[in-house]
Design a protein around this ligand. Structure first.
Ligand code: ATP
Ligand code: MG
Length: 442
């Protein structure tokens, strides 16, 4: 039976779920973090319903280690807070609880009824009124607001069964990414779901179902309306998740990359087979490699890489008009970054670092006047890695790479900040001595 819910465009489906008992699925409690288990059990012991949901369930079923765990319950935020000392309520529109255990945060949300609004934003304006979205429901309401069938599986802590309303288990087995409900409508409600589709397809090796694939080209442009800050958060998930290269290729394939980095996309279109493309591919490859080796990466490095060629194009014009190379790079950097943040905002600490990396590329060219100060620059290491990246991507840099490799080996790296950007293992030739550099903004 289907019931049309007047308050939303979504048709609420009254369907019976498939319950998969403990002995017929592969989710074992050993695959769930202690923190998530504590949350689930405490809710259950207080007589609330409690389920693991989303990526945690999906990834364990796929035999992967989940990035984090999301819990959903019928306890309301205040009731959740009463149960956990280490709990903070967040979100204005949808209040949910963050329960912290050391570095791990378990996100606990209350079952919600579906709405035809995005998961971000300021609520829905209807007849001039702002409708509050804290409308709680039960599991059979909550399931329909979720994006993909594989993200809508609930693991019930009460009997360790999986509750599947949407055929998510079968879709996982078949490697399919299907939207719940009408794909077109779901993208219109929240265009970020198009980016999520690409992310999950790249990361999990799932195929975007043709029905979910088809409307992407029609609705892609709606991404222009997403607040730049939200796009930044999404960008981090897209490129800092270990599958940056694959994700980038898929984003380009679906013409979605242009909404994240319009200037880069434009340039790539005119130089598809050339250096700019090779350069970005190499940057993404290095990022994935570093993450797979357990190293950290900074978004600033990737941002510097994405915007490098657009910046250089503008800088070249300035140089042709008589500016010095350093002036040209700085001015072009300002222009490119201010255009960039109109669509995808970037916190200042990252744009500062990107600018430093670019300016240092100019300073690294002056090898005859090697300055101790260049080696001492807190972003020298990132800039050096950037130089290597340029060389790896096929740019002919003469003796620069060799020169700076030798220089930094010869000099104790006083006060260098921890290496996090490029593709080299840190060298620990000497302990930092002297005055420590001020903490930088990266
Ligand atoms: P991961 O955490 O591995 O990136 P995830 O699926 O857990 O993937 P989250 O962003 O943590 O993604 O969201 C948790 C769950 O919340 C999702 O699995 C999905 O059910 C729901 N969800 C998140 N964002 C949306 C959205 N934009 N539209 C609909 N449902 C969403
Ligand atoms: Mg998650």
């Amino acid at each position: 039976m289907t019931v049309s819910d007047k308050s939303s465009n979504i048709t609420k489906l009254k369907v019976e779920p498939t319950i998969i008992p403990r002995d017929q699925h592969t989710i074992s409690r050993t695959a769930i973090s202690d923190a998530a288990l504590k949350v689930l059990y405490r809710l259950k012991n207080a007589e609330y319903k409690a389920y693991l949901v989303g990526g945690g369930v999906r990834d364990i079923l796929l035999g992967r280690e989940p990035k984090d765990f999301d819990v959903v319950t019928d306890a309301e935020p205040e009731q959740i807070r009463e149960l956990f000392r280490n709990c903070r309520l967040i979100g204005r529109r949808f209040r949910l609880a963050h329960v912290r255990f050391g570095p791990e945060i378990i996100e606990v949300s209350t079952f919600r009824a579906p709405h035809h609004v995005s998961d971000q934003g300021e609520g829905r304006v209807e007849d001039g009124r702002i409708i509050r979205d804290n409308v709680y429901g039960d599991i059979d309401d909550d399931v329909w607001r979720r994006d993909f069938t594989v993200n809508a599986l609930f693991y019930n802590i009460k009997d360790f069964s999986i509750v599947d309303y949407v055929g998510g288990v079968k879709d996982l087995e078949e490697g399919q990414l299907k939207l719940i409900g009408d794909p077109s409508q779901r993208y219109v409600e929240d265009p970020v779901r198009m980016l999520r589709a690409v992310r999950f397809a790249a990361k999990l090796g799932l195929r975007i179902h043709p029905e979910a694939e088809k409307p992407i080209s029609q609705h892609a442009e709606l991404l222009k309306e997403i607040p730049p800050a939200r796009l930044f958060e999404e960008m981090l998930k897209l490129f800092m998740g270990g599958c940056a290269l694959e994700t980038f290729e898929k984003l380009r394939h679906y013409n979605l990359f242009q909404y994240l980095f319009p200037q880069t996309d434009h340039l790539l279109d005119s130089h598809e087979k050339d250096y700019p493309h090779a350069f970005i591919m190499q940057a993404l490859k290095n990022t994935d490699l570093r993450l797979s080796e357990g190293n950290t990466v900074t978004p600033a490095f990737l941002i510097a890489a994405f915007l490098w060629e657009p910046m250089r194009t503008v800088a070249d014009d300035h140089i042709a008009n008589g500016l010095s190379e350093m002036e040209a790079v700085q001015l072009a950097g300002d222009t490119i970054i201010s255009r960039q943040i109109a669509s995808l905002s970037i916190p200042r600490r990252f744009t500062h670092m990107a600018r430093d990396i670019w300016s240092l590329q100019v300073r690294l060219k002056r090898i005859k006047k090697r300055s101790f100060r260049v080696l001492m620059h807190p972003k020298f290491r990132a800039a050096y890695d950037f130089l290597l990246l340029r060389a790896e991507a096929g740019e002919s840099l003469g003796e620069l790479v060799e020169y700076w490799t030798k220089e930094q080996l010869a000099e104790p790296l006083i006060g260098q900040e921890k290496i996090k950007s490029g593709n080299h293992k840190p060298r620990s030739r000497s302990r930092p001595r002297g005055r420590r550099n001020k903490p930088t903004d990266s």
